[in-house]
Design a binder for this molecule. Structure first.
Ligand code: ARG
Length: 463
């Protein structure tokens, strides 16, 4: 071994030459996989403990290994560790350092495992931790939204379809729609977490091992529901990355929709809400400007998050089993995507918490665009027993008159409406106000303030 110093110290046995500088550069993942050093060390500790319990290594070697790993954990956490690209990745960097710290016993740690199951394990543990963090963050954002929804339960605003005024809704109801989306997002992360929670450790390179290891023991020690059942699949599976990023992409899309609405609502033309100074920026040239940069950035983040999902899917597509180095490309974009989703969720929480809604502006807007036309039609159906299609026609004619007179529907006189339908009575005016319109929407899931308060309270209690 000593005559091949320049070859790799971990696997240089059959190599005469050191790698080319470019080989080292393209091969090394230590620049980013150092992010899961805690998971790597946790996995190694579970593995070493199991090896000793199963009589594969001595109790004394295991003790030294565990002690050495703890030392390394402290060194890395303190920023006292030199990561070496020549040692490729976090697994070999830690193992090489272990040898420096404890000597020969370090060489026994890798018995019955491979970097292939090791990296699958580390990344799974890492993703699992990140999913737990995202699940908590989503709950926190849902809570912020539910609290705001209760506060704004009876603020009437225009509900839109095609971004054209459709029917009055309440602002609280609108915010609760996002709580529903986020609840589904959260359950997607929970599902993904549940499905991925099987340990690949001990699958070794691809075929399993001849050592009498106990995979159930390591799985349990690492908080898994059990070991994976097929060694090939164990090292070749990156579904858990794709699923996490798919769930992340959908969440990012939801956040971007809310962000876009906040951008629209905070324009001087809409002026439904005011974003706080804390989440706005000024312009270097236009002194009057308050820009919703945070919202715009949240709107922009799906670009890179969905990009990461695309990237991992394209990396995995058509890969023959089992491990191939292509799979090292699963990490950087994933880190980036999860970091940016985490940031988006946090910023969105701060932004929503800080908004002020302008009740009067919203209400005036809600009354524009003949938003209560459907209420008029429904009244004709309910009170005059008209078929809905006829009521729709009558209402259309009334709206046309209002439009020509440049009036809201409730500004028309009874006589003007009776010109279209003589049976209409003065009671019609009860349903033409936007307040009464939303109050009447009491069907389950409807926008009535009493529904909104109930739902907002339900969510706050659940969260
Ligand atoms: N750094 C590698 C990765 O991220 C670890 C596994 C390497 N395995 C191998 N047989 N070269 O995928």
């Amino acid at each position: 071994m000593s005559d091949k110093k320049s070859a790799n110290q971990m696997w240089g046995g059959r190599f005469a030459d050191a790698p080319d500088a470019l080989m080292e550069k393209i091969n090394a993942s230590i620049g980013y996989d150092q992010r899961f050093y805690t998971q790597d060390i946790a996995g190694s500790k579970a593995h070493a403990t199991m090896l000793a319990e199963c009589g594969i290594i001595s109790a004394d070697d295991a003790k030294q290994i565990l002690h050495g790993l703890d030392t390394i954990l402290r060194e890395i956490a303190a920023g006292d560790f030199e990561f070496k690209p020549a040692l490729e990745d976090i697994h070999m960097n830690i193992e090489a350092r272990l040898k420096e710290v404890i000597g020969e016993a370090a060489g026994r740690l890798h018995t019955g495992r491979s970097r292939n199951d090791q990296v699958a394990l580390d990344f799974k543990l890492y993703i699992r931790d990140r999913l737990d963090g995202l699940i908590e963050q989503i709950s926190a954002l849902m809570k912020v939204l539910a609290v705001k929804a209760e506060a704004y339960a009876d603020f009437v605003m225009p509900g839109f379809t095609h971004l054209q005024v459709a029917q009055p809704v309440t602002f609280g109801h609108h915010l609760l729609a996002y709580v529903e989306m986020l609840a589904r997002d959260r359950s997607r992360f929970e599902d993904a977490r549940k499905r991925m929670n099987l340990s690949p450790l001990g699958a070794a390179a691809l075929a399993g091992t001849s050592f009498p290891i106990d995979r159930h023991m390591t799985a349990k020690a690492l908080g898994f529901d059990g070991p994976t059942a097929n060694s090939l699949d164990s090292v070749a599976d990156r579904d858990f990355v794709m699923e996490a990023l798919a769930a992340a992409s959908i969440t990012a899309i939801h956040l971007s929709r809310l962000a876009e609405e906040m951008v629209i609502w905070s324009t001087s033309q809409f002026s439904f809400i005011r974003m706080s100074d804390k989440f706005s920026t000024g312009s270097s040239i236009m002194p009057q400007k308050r820009n919703p940069d945070a919202a715009e950035l949240i709107r922009g983040k799906p670009g890179r998050i969905i990009g990461a999902l695309n990237a991992i899917m394209i990396v995995m597509k058509g890969l023959p089993m089992a491990y191939a180095k292509d799979m090292q490309e699963d990490k950087e974009m994933t880190f980036d995507a999860l970091d940016n989703l985490e940031l988006s969720l946090a910023a969105m929480g701060g932004m929503v918490d800080d908004i002020t809604a302008h009740r009067d502006v919203m209400e005036v807007a809600a009354a524009s665009g003949f938003a209560t036309a459907t209420d008029l039609a429904d009244w004709c159906v309910r009170v005059l027993n008209m078929p809905f299609r006829d009521a729709h026609h009558v209402t259309g004619a009334i709206v046309a008159i209002a439009e020509q007179a440049n009036k809201r529907i409730d500004e028309l006189s009874l006589a003007e409406m009776q010109n279209v339908e003589p049976k209409i009575t003065a009671d019609i005016f009860d349903v033409l106000s936007v307040q009464n319109s939303v109050k009447s929407r009491v069907s389950f899931g409807g926008t009535a303030p009493e529904n909104v308060v109930k739902q907002a309270k339900k969510w706050q209690k659940m969260l």
